[in-house]
Structure formats: C-alpha cells, structure tokens
Design a protein around this ligand. Structure first.
Ligand code: ADP
Length: 226
C-alpha cells in the first residue's frame, strides 16, 4: 500500500535525514516506527503525506508517486490518510461534536451523514457524553481521543499517528493504544511513531527502528530494543 523505493532525504544545509530507505507497508498492518530524536521518523511521515519531497527515490501510495500529484490529487491522497499528532491540533473554538462535523463538512459530506456518523465515532472513542465540551474543557487523553475520532470520521485507509501519546500519562496512553488497536482490527492500516517502550511492547506488531536516517531493524513481532 505504501512503498519507499531507495528514498533519501536531505534538507537544505542539513545532514541526511533519511538514507536509502526501501520498505513497504501493507494494507491492514499496524506498524510502529521507533528511534531516537532526530532519527528521521517525522521526515518519513512527511514524505508519505507529500509534505516534503524526497531528494532521491520514490514514495508510492498504491500506484501513485505521491510527489507527482497535482493539487486535486494531493487533496484526495490526504483524505485517504487520517493524521493524529502529539499536540492534538483541535479547533479550540469548536465543541467536540463540531470538531468532527467540521472535518466531514470540509470533505463535502451531507447533513444527514454528519448527523448519523458523528455520534457513532464519539461513542467509539468514549466521548459521547462530552460532545458539547470545547477542547479546553477536555483532559489530554480526551483531546487525543477526539483527535482520533476526527481522523477516522472520513474513513481513511491509513491512520498516521505521530507521537500521539507523547503528552499523556500511562493510563491515557494505554487507552489511546487500545483505540488504535480497535481501529486497526476494523481494517484501517496504522502507522505510529513513538518513543514509548511500553506502547511498543503492548502492541506486539511490526516495529521499524530508525537510527540516523537508516532502518536498522524491521521486526515482525517487534519489541522495543534501543
Ligand atoms: P525524528 O522525527 O525521528 O525526531 P526528524 O525526521 O524530525 O527526526 O529529523 C531527522 C533529521 O533531519 C534531524 O537531523 C533533523 O535535525 C533534520 N531535519 C528535520 N527537519 C528539518 C528541516 N525542516 N530542515 C533541516 N533539517 C531538518
């Protein structure tokens, strides 16, 4: 589904962020990407989203070279990929319900679809009773659950979660991992970056370890080994 073919990335006036990355991620996988700060995790994700272009090599999403897409195709690609970040990126002036309905409106969904789907995902992440709360009235874990609900609302094929538990305590971290596992069980591919050993160990799926821009390990039933 996602294929890196001989990808290098060098930012201007910087060291090599990624060196000769060749890897594929199949539909339905749950892949964790680990590595120290500066190892290249975020760069890898930016290349999938075509937010950065490779210096060499090609990143494919299915048969699409993501770096050759025109504006409209790029918007379509990004709709197929839901994103979740450490800092949530919620809209502070909108309620939990509105944060999600807004994402549906932006992708052209009808009022009927919105009314049917938003309560369903709020329920999936355990926030139905907080639907009228603003992000400022939610805990860190609740904010991240809301961000996940927003990421899945348009039924993307992939969820990319970049350090989603970075700001959370162990209990909330565990909840977020359980929700991501549930979403993966329902068929969505998950790509997760994390520093957190217990997160990796509790997922028990594929782990790709990056070090200084290179893949130094790719384990099918990975444990965190740094
Ligand atoms: P990670 O997410 O694993 O912490 P990054 O992908 O953010 O790693 O960074 C990989 C390398 O690329 C680091 O050496 C970092 O300093 C460098 N880098 C990242 N973004 C930029 C940028 N916009 N300009 C220059 N160098 C960058």
């Amino acid at each position: 589904m996602i294929y890196f073919n001989g990808v290098k990335k060098q930012y201007p006036k910087s060291t090599m962020a990624l060196e000769d990355i060749t890897l594929s991620i199949n539909s339905g996988e749950f892949v964790s990407i680990v590595g120290h700060s500066g190892a290249g995790k975020t760069t890898l994700i930016k290349l999938i989203l075509a937010e950065e272009a490779p210096t060499e090599g090609t990143v494919f999403f299915e048969s699409l070279d993501v770096n050759r897409l025109k504006n409209r195709q790029l918007t379509e690609l990004r709709r197929r990929i839901g994103t979740v970040f450490q800092d949530f990126k919620l809209l502070g002036n909108k309620t939990a319900y509105e944060n999600i309905s807004f994402a549906m409106e932006a992708s052209g969904k009808s009022d009927e679809e919105i009314a049917a789907d938003v309560p369903h995902v709020l329920d999936l992440v355990g926030l139905l009773d907080k639907r009228e709360h603003f992000p400022g009235q939610l805990s860190g874990g609740e904010k991240q659950r809301l961000a996940i609900a927003r990421a899945i609302i348009n039924q993307p094929e992939v969820i990319i979660a970049d350090e989603p538990t970075g700001n959370l305590d162990p209990i909330n971290t565990h909840e977020i991992v359980q929700i991501l596992k549930k979403i993966n069980d329902l068929g969505t591919t998950i790509i997760l970056t994390t520093h957190n050993r217990s997160v990796i160990d509790s997922i028990g799926k594929r782990v790709i370890t990056l070090e200084k821009g290179k893949v130094i390990r790719d384990d099918k039933d990975g444990k965190y080994m740094m």
